[in-house]
Design a protein around this ligand. Structure first.
Ligand code: GLU
Length: 498
């Protein structure tokens, strides 16, 4: 049987280094076994999925050199590879499950489910569906269908006993069925949920090994049950350990930039980033630290992945990047990389229209534009303190701006300006005053080209990373305070919609 693995990202945000890590291990396993690796876009959440995010995922993977054999852009025998183009397929299986008595229509209203959730929480019971519609009389079901009552399709889950399944790295995992919810498979708009679409596609696309992050372990019983109900062979499961911050918490953008495009923008080499990700829980038989993708494929042995939470440490990554530069790149090769990265006509042409009226001699250009190609800036807390705002206000300016900017679907001048207007209005500050700390965080100076243009040229990842860095310099925002600020921010967002 030929090995087939996949990476199945949901296009709901920036391409995450954790996704690249899982993709790398899927690719390495497939290549080491002479198999195929495919890319599938799981965009069944129509509210949160965007084309821009899908484009960025593909762009980031291409930059890294994680090459897939089948995917939405190149097609393949098992396409389409974008779930939004496959809804008829999922619907068919959802109804088959209903007809065979393994799933049922649930007519419960959102209000009833909310009440249920609240009372379960209050009584410290496990939160989940209570089986209200599981055994409705068929005449009642008919009546409600004819009355066009909206419904979802939920899977039946055993009420007693345990689900046991094998994991390549963890051995047998047992989970009580009582902990597994009667999962919705098809939503009331007839779109599938992740669980149904994922299982149907893994089967139809011939996936032999599901290699994914450990956060999916608790979903696996639902998947196993679906394979059983549908009479399909299960793939093998392998749940990789999650990447961690240096303090061992789950990798999060508050502590570490997580977007692959940030690392590209910082000037890390794709070779060294992949090399570093390859060392997350895995090592070469001879333990050497530097190795290429090809060398990893040749030596790859999935059973040698260790489960201790691998720490993603930017300092170590930077060190490894330096080793790659010194050992693998001639001056000429490095010059070519630099050209591709930032020292090129396109970058210059983006900047010049904003810079030309501010320079007299050509050499004025370097100090004016150096912040655009730098990484994190050498600023400190005192640089961010302006005479117009107190410490608390500066923290709020930065935190609210980060939240508002994170939510932008498109990163362009108008959107950025309207985000800044929103936050300054919400804080009752003049735009110019509000922009003081934002500008310092982004450019490290009080004079340069405009904030909006700077943000456009810096791009989303670098702009947000610098704002987060500035917020940290101001002492950060603790959990309790964050909750309070979140509430004020969310209230402002919802009242802006009214
Ligand atoms: N779409 C899921 C994700 O975003 C895929 C999980 C899986 O690999 O099953 O991670």
């Amino acid at each position: 049987m030929s090995i087939r693995t996949r990476i199945a990202p949901s296009p709901t945000g920036d391409p995450h280094v954790g996704t690249a890590y899982v993709a790398l291990f899927n690719l390495a396993f497939a290549r080491s076994q002479g198999g195929k690796f495919l890319l599938r876009i799981e965009d069944t959440d129509r509210q949160r999925s965007t084309q821009a995010s899908e484009d960025k995922i593909l762009q980031a993977f291409k930059w890294l050199g994680l090459n897939w054999d089948e995917g939405p852009d190149i097609g393949g025998k098992f396409g389409p590879y974008r779930q939004s183009e496959r809804s008829d397929i999922y619907r068919k299986y959802a109804y088959r499950l209903v007809e065979e008595g393994n799933a049922f229509r649930c007519f419960c209203s959102a209000e009833r489910l909310e009440e249920l959730r609240k009372s379960q929480m209050k009584n410290r019971q496990p939160v989940g569906y209570d089986g209200h519609c599981r055994n409705l009389e068929s005449c009642e079901i008919e009546r409600r269908i004819s009355a066009k009552d909206p419904f979802v399709i939920r899977m039946k889950v055993p009420q007693h006993g345990q689900c046991a399944f094998d994991d390549i790295l963890r051995g047998t995992i047992s989970i009580d069925w009582s902990q597994i919810d009667s999962q919705v498979l098809l939503k009331s708009d007839a779109m599938p949920t992740y669980h149904l679409a994922n299982v149907v596609d893994d089967h139809l696309m011939g996936i032999t090994h599901v290699i994914r992050g450990e956060e999916w372990i608790n979903s696996t019983p639902k998947h196993i049950l679906l394979y059983e109900y549908l009479g399909w062979d299960q793939p093998e499961f392998c749940h990789l350990p999650l990447l961690r911050n240096t303090d061992k918490t789950k990798l999060s953008k508050r502590k570490n930039p997580t977007s692959i495009l940030y690392y590209e923008r910082m000037g890390f080499l794709p070779e060294s980033l992949l090399n570093y990700l390859g060392r997350m829980g895995w090592s070469m038989p001879d333990e050497r630290e530097k190795f290429s993708l090809k060398e990893m494929f040749e030596a790859f042995d999935i059973s040698r992945i260790s489960l201790g939470g691998p720490v993603f440490d930017i300092e170590k990554l930077s060190w490894l990047n330096g080793v790659w530069i010194r050992e693998e790149f001639s001056d000429e090769q490095l010059a070519n990389r630099l050209y591709k990265w930032a020292f090129n006509q396109e970058k210059l042409l983006g900047f010049l229209p904003h810079a030309r009226d501010r320079i007299e001699i050509l050499s004025d250009l370097a100090p004016l534009g150096s912040y655009l190609i730098s990484g994190m800036l050498q600023i400190d807390r005192s640089d961010l303190m302006t005479s117009h705002l107190d410490e608390e206000q500066i923290i709020q300016v930065l935190q609210y701006s980060i939240w508002k900017l994170e939510g932008l679907k498109d990163w362009n001048r108008e959107e950025i300006l309207s985000a800044c207007n929103f936050v300054s209005t919400m804080m009752d500050l003049k735009l110019k005053i509000f922009l003081g700390p934002v500008f310092m965080a982004l450019s490290g100076s009080v004079v340069s080209i405009s904030v909006m243009d700077s943000m456009c040229l810096l791009g989303r990842e670098m702009s947000l990373a610098r704002l987060r860095h500035a917020l940290e310099l101001m002492g950060g925002v603790g959990k309790k305070k964050q909750k309070k600020l979140e509430k004020t921010f969310n209230d402002a967002v919802s009242s802006a919609f009214i």
